[in-house]
Design a protein around this ligand. Sequence first.
Ligand SMILES: NC(=O)c1ccc[n+]([C@@H]2O[C@H](COP(=O)([O-])OP(=O)(O)OC[C@H]3O[C@@H](n4cnc5c(N)ncnc54)[C@H](OP(=O)(O)O)[C@@H]3O)[C@@H](O)[C@H]2O)c1
Length: 167
Amino acid sequence: MAKQDLKGKVVVITGASSGFGKGTALELARAQAHLVLAARRADLLTELAHQCEEFGVQTLAAPTDVGDRKQVEDLCQSAVGRFGRIDVWINNAGVGALGKFEAVPLEDHVKVIETDLLGTLYGSLRLSAVPEARGGSAHQHGLRARPPHGALLCFVHRGEAWCSRTV
Ligand SMILES: NC(=O)c1ccc[n+]([C@@H]2O[C@H](COP(=O)([O-])OP(=O)(O)OC[C@H]3O[C@@H](n4cnc5c(N)ncnc54)[C@H](OP(=O)(O)O)[C@@H]3O)[C@@H](O)[C@H]2O)c1
């Protein structure tokens, strides 16, 4: 999507409180997109929302744990409730568990799966079921597989959901 096409678009971005997500949110605000900012740390989202609004766009800070299906559904509903539609959904929230596979605590592996895999799945499934998102643009999240990381690619485009996973 060209930068000028982003003007007025409604973009949901998960993992917006720091890192790539925060940087992307600020660039999208600069490009005049309206933003729904999601992550667990509410205080950072509020701060970022104010920064984005300085570019003249509207924002919604929506504290969300993407590993919780209900919270992802609420996020989707809040976005539609606030803006009436969703044009782009970016599944950016992610955590990593670095170390030798067997040395990483099981709960850390579980957290990676809950966040990176299930979080993306919940977002993609939910979005594909939302009429206000159909006919809109694409959402995407991709990580190239490189051991010891798995990779997941999910996107929704014009109401069709696609998902694949490599481990
Ligand atoms: N930085 C790199 O060089 C690099 C390289 C390769 C891969 N990656 C991967 O790319 C992803 C993002 O990297 P980054 O550097 O931007 O990391 P980061 O600064 O730690 O950002 C991760 C974002 O995901 C959010 N998040 C984590 N768990 C969440 C959950 N359960 N629900 C909602 N949001 C959640 C965090 O917010 P909250 O904590 O507020 O929820 C944060 O906003 C990670 O998976 C990382 O492993 C990074």
